[in-house]
Design a protein around this ligand. Structure first.
Ligand code: HEC
Length: 110
């Protein structure tokens, strides 16, 4: 459903910085994963990312921080000008859905 998964015209690319793999099932602190999606006409575009913060940043959610990115790669801002990042981005919706992948450290891909 999320990220255009219910739309067959959408291309979804997931990038693991430096090809990082989990170590004993957990991604190391500093891991960055970016996901980009666009449709066949390049109209729908969305960039999301997660960064492994560690250090009890978000113990309930694997210490990941969630991000929405702007086309220039900077952190996107919502309509109120707030940076779209955090442990509970979008009222916890990111984490809530990714909890389905908890056994893989909240990461669906790979
Ligand atoms: C309704 C469920 C759902 C929600 C909500 C959701 N995701 Fe995802 N996300 C997925 C699925 C499923 C994948 C696996 C790749 C795919 O199928 O597109 C994924 C993949 C990703 C990836 C690539 C790494 C991985 O886990 O495979 C990132 C980064 C990501 N999501 C970030 C976010 C962010 C940031 C938010 C909130 C703004 C969010 N997601 C909300 C379901 C969700």
């Amino acid at each position: 459903m999320a990220h255009g998964g219910n739309d067959e015209t959408v291309v979804r690319d997931v990038y693991f910085k430096d090809g990082q793999l989990p170590v004993n099932g957990i991604y190391p602190v500093g891991t960055i994963i970016v996901k980009h999606l666009k449709n066949s006409e390049g109209i729908v575009e969305e960039r999301t990312a997660v960064v492994k913060r560690g250090n009890d940043f978000n113990a309930e959610g694997g210490d990941w921080e969630w991000f929405m990115l702007a086309p220039d790669g900077k952190i996107a801002r919502d309509e109120n000008g707030n940076a779209m990042r955090g442990a509970n981005l979008m009222n916890g919706m990111c984490l809530q859905c990714h909890t389905a992948a908890k056994a893989k450290d909240y990461v669906f891909s790979k």
